[in-house]
Design a protein around this ligand. Structure first.
Ligand SMILES: CC(C)(COP(=O)(O)OP(=O)(O)OC[C@H]1O[C@@H](n2cnc3c(N)ncnc32)[C@H](O)[C@@H]1OP(=O)(O)O)[C@@H](O)C(=O)NCCC(=O)NCCS
Length: 209
């Protein structure tokens, strides 16, 4: 696969099933894989929860298949009304999950995650202009510079709109070494014990100028 065979373009609605699969493979399978119906619903909930917070969404496409995604937000550009459809879908999938065996347990775990992230965000001592919400590639395409290309598209969006500093949440189930290697600042961390395995959650920031 050559870099020039990969296109970066805006996310389209028809990409969403592929994004959901990417999220399932990268994160959800590890925690909920033994309960297929819960895993399926949590993948949708995870996806819509990320989508409703974004004002920027790009995907990397290879041979018409989505192989990577980046979602971000500049706070001053964000309009909740643009993402209302994602909120409605999020609520619908939460309701469907409640009806499943172990669904409430899964939702509680996701709620705990959100609570920890909120604590990390509240611990930030400086203001930020936005957030890097989601950054993930298909596992077969990692380590070939595509992540940097997608991230640059987010940097360009920030710069074109005079936004400078952003934060991101990550954890020990992610390739957070990428952020260490690429000059992001780890602001704080928290150990958690409510998932299958103990994990550490982090908040990083990056200033572009
Ligand atoms: C994080 C991710 C998007 C990076 O994309 P990528 O295409 O593999 O990264 P690149 O090839 O562009 O790497 C750019 C640089 O970062 C380094 N790097 C990449 N992954 C790294 C890692 N896990 N740890 C340390 N350094 C890393 C590369 O060696 C390269 O260094 P160089 O510029 O000095 O040569 C990709 O690994 C991924 O999708 N991971 C799974 C999802 C995930 O964990 N997302 C991020 C956290 S929420």
């Amino acid at each position: 696969m050559k870099q020039k065979e990969i296109t970066i373009r805006n996310l389209k609605d028809e990409d969403l099933p592929q994004i959901k699969n990417l999220l399932y493979d990268t994160w959800i399978k590890k925690d909920y894989g033994e309960n297929e119906r819960v895993a399926n619903e949590i993948s949708s909930i995870f996806m819509y929860e990320l989508l409703y917070r974004q004002s920027f969404s790009n995907v990397a496409v290879y041979k018409e298949k989505v192989v990577g995604i980046i979602l971000g937000r500049i706070n001053k550009h964000y309009k909740l009304k643009n993402n209302i459809i994602y909120i409605i879908k999020l609520i619908l999938h939460c309701l469907k999950t409640i009806l499943l065996k172990d669904g409430i347990k899964a939702l509680k775990s996701e709620k705990e995650t959100a609570k920890v992230n909120n604590e990390l965000l509240n611990s930030l001592s400086t203001d930020t202009d936005g957030e890097l919400i989601l950054f993930a590639l298909n596992r077969n395409i990692k380590g070939r510079g595509l992540g940097s290309k997608l991230l640059n598209s987010f940097y360009n969006y920030m710069k074109e709109n005079n936004a400078d500093k952003f934060y991101l949440f990550t954890d020990t189930t992610c390739d957070y070494g990428f952020y260490e290697h690429n000059g992001f600042k780890r602001e704080s961390s928290k150990n958690i014990y409510f998932k299958k395995e103990p994990q550490t959650y982090f908040i990083y920031t990056k200033k572009l100028t």
